[in-house]
Ligand binder design. Structure first.
Ligand SMILES: [Zn+2]
Length: 280
């Protein structure tokens, strides 16, 4: 049964989390923190695939006359525990053809493969897709190099396939306001164009921060912990530190692609690191 979703009202912004499902991962991808400490923080035994469960979220926002999707889930490409976004969208009463904009935090399978359906037809036939120009260049234009990791080669192929139907309505952005009240902030490292998207109206704001955090129990306490999938490990850690400083100092509500449901909350300082206050 699709869970659907419920809009929450944050002033003039209405937003909802759309669960795409759960990614069954291991303790292998973490870098910069002892494996034993990762296991202790996550609190689940080290038993291979499924030891670490990573929630995968997209978000939908009603803002002015726009219906904005932030990221698009995995589509049918990552197994039966994922790919539920489309069903949840419909269960919540939203016709995908009514989506006016898709903001991509970055081009990665769990964020962009759901742009197309099983027949490679656009899942959001009337939407303009906005993505940072660094990600567009890296995933859509850069020639594969011999030293590329397998996951990079695979992701390049996937990126070209799922964005093909959108090329005439793909907008490459840089830092700044991309739509009225919708601003892009480059947060590079995980990918070259990884972007946090701020929707703001008066004193209300939500920062859709994509993959700023992959595993909350580890990375709030230890923000320097990276994942093998961060293309530039140092830049990813530095970007996370900058975003944590910003949203904790200004108490900005965040919405995370890999935060546990409900996916919204606030970052606070705690000891030498940070903590997350989930907003139920
Ligand atoms: Zn992700």
């Amino acid at each position: 049964m699709p869970q659907g979703f419920t809009f929450q009202k944050f002033g003039d912004i209405e937003a909802a989390v759309l669960s795409d499902g759960v990614l069954h991962a291991t303790y292998d991808p973490f870098r910069g923190l002892d494996r034993a400490e990762c296991i202790r923080l996550v609190g689940r035994p080290d038993k291979g695939v499924g030891s670490v469960r990573i929630q995968v979220n997209a978000f939908i926002a009603k803002f002015g006359d726009k219906l904005i999707l932030i990221d698009a889930g995995c589509g049918n490409t990552m197994g039966p525990t994922l790919g539920h976004l489309a069903a949840n969208l419909r269960a919540g009463g939203v016709d995908p053809s009514k989506v006016t904009h898709v903001l991509l935090t970055h081009i990665h399978p769990d964020h962009s493969n759901g742009l197309v359906d099983a027949n490679n037809q656009p899942a959001f036939p009337n939407a303009e897709v906005l993505v940072h120009e660094n990600d567009a260049k890296f995933w859509l234009e850069r020639a594969p190099e011999s030293g590329d990791d397998d996951f990079v080669t695979r992701n390049i192929a996937a990126a070209r396939r799922v964005l093909a139907p959108y090329l005439t309505r793909l907008r490459r952005v840089t830092n700044g306001e991309a739509l009225p009240g919708v601003s892009a902030y480059l947060s590079a490292g995980h990918t070259p164009g990884h972007t946090t998207w701020l929707i703001h109206a008066g004193k209300d704001a939500v920062l859709f921060w994509g993959d700023t955090v992959h595993v909350g129990p580890i990375q709030f306490a230890h923000p320097k912990t990276t994942l093998i999938y961060d293309l530039d490990q140092q830049a990813a850690a530095a970007s996370r530190a900058r975003v944590f400083d910003w949203v904790s100092a200004d108490r900005i509500r965040v919405a995370g692609a890999h935060l546990e449901l409900p996916g919204f909350g606030y970052v606070t300082r705690k000891g030498a690191g940070f903590a997350f206050e989930s907003e139920a």
